[in-house]
Design a protein around this ligand. Structure first.
Ligand SMILES: N[C@@H](CCC(=O)N[C@@H](CS)C(=O)NCC(=O)O)C(=O)O
Length: 316
């Protein structure tokens, strides 16, 4: 893995040492919207989504594309699960321009780009540019920008719940979604321990909430749930072992594990989950953590078992 510096690829691992052994995530570089007030109109077939099926951030966008009926309007290309010296790559070549490496897409958009080369990417085929590479923002624009095209008005960020959803997202992002990375990428014992404790305190908090309510923001499923889901589904098979998040498994939390099963069984969602890509990516790509590249066999709990959440109220 590496990053682009003025359009040139440099193969380098995350620099944790200059941060006292801690992993610090870099902000995404392309942050535009689609639709009203933007230079990108909402048009069918114009945009393309580049994802890795292993990546929890990309996974959110794939889920929202599915939930909002965007599949006929926005195509998808999936990277190879291994992220090696050249970063993410395509095998076979990426279909729009025949590219082999994901970083070539970034330099096609901006020849002198400096920054990390990440998935997901929302690509505009007309201007050949990256509209946005921040999953949280892609999620929001999928939630509403294409409603006129799809006629799907399901709202995962409803006005009345925004404050609550933002509040939940804030903690879930820092302590859980990114918390597993901070735990797994730490290169000092004390930094690891602090990240791990923060992570499990947040999981305990979420478990408590989900014991008495169906979803994170109450009776209405929101983006906050889908943002948590993509970390939960990777937790027992990967983060518990590979990232040393091994104080408890999700399976050990009664509410969280039932909730994970309910979300997994939601129409269309299971087909967005690919455990082969998930396990191959982490265990094979992070050779500083797993130099033998052995990929373990287990995949965690059976997500098709009954979720046992039906007693909790839900808003139809
Ligand atoms: N802020 C970005 C983060 C995305 C991200 O870090 N993706 C990872 C894969 S899980 C990646 O592409 N990493 C490559 C790298 O950091 O060089 C988002 O949420 O969209």
């Amino acid at each position: 893995m590496g990053r682009l510096v003025e359009g040139q690829w440099h193969d380098e691992w995350y620099d944790t040492e200059s941060n006292g052994g801690a992993f610090k995530r870099e902000d995404a570089g392309f942050r535009e919207g689609v639709g009203e007030g933007s230079r990108y109109p909402a048009e069918s077939g114009r945009y393309h989504l580049y994802v890795s099926l292993a990546c929890p951030w990309a996974h959110r966008t794939l889920i929202m594309r599915k939930l909002k009926g965007l599949e006929p309007h926005i195509g998808v290309t999936v990277t190879h699960p291994h992220m090696l010296e050249q970063g993410w790559h395509y095998e076979p070549a990426e279909p729009l321009y025949g590219l082999q490496y994901h970083h070539q897409l970034y330099t096609r958009a901006k020849a002198d780009y400096t920054g990390r080369v990440t998935v997901p990417v929302l690509w505009d085929k007309v201007t050949e540019s990256i509209v946005n590479n921040e999953s949280a923002e892609i999620l929001r624009l999928f939630n509403s920008a294409f409603n006129g095209l799809t006629g799907n008005h399901d709202d995962y960020y409803p006005e009345s719940l925004r404050e609550e959803v933002d509040r939940i997202n804030e903690r879930v992002y820092h302590d859980i979604n990114n918390g597993v990375y901070k735990t797994g990428f730490a290169t000092r014992q004390s930094v690891y321990e602090q990240a791990c404790e923060t992570l499990f305190a947040a999981l305990d908090w979420v478990e408590e909430r989900l014991t008495t309510q169906r979803y994170l923001a109450g009776e209405h499923i929101t983006e906050a749930d889908w943002r948590l889901f993509t970390t939960l589904v990777r937790f027992d098979p990967v983060y518990h072992g590979h990232f040393k998040c091994n104080v408890r498994r999700i399976q050990d939390y009664p509410a969280l594990s039932g909730y994970l099963r309910e979300l997994y069984q939601w129409p269309g969602i299971a087909e967005t989950v690919n455990f082969e890509h998930i396990k191959q990516h982490y265990y094979y790509s992070h050779d500083t953590i797993n130099p033998t590249r052995i990929v373990p066999l287990g995949t965690g709990q059976d997500l098709n078992l009954p979720h046992e959440r039906a007693h909790l109220p839900v808003l139809k």
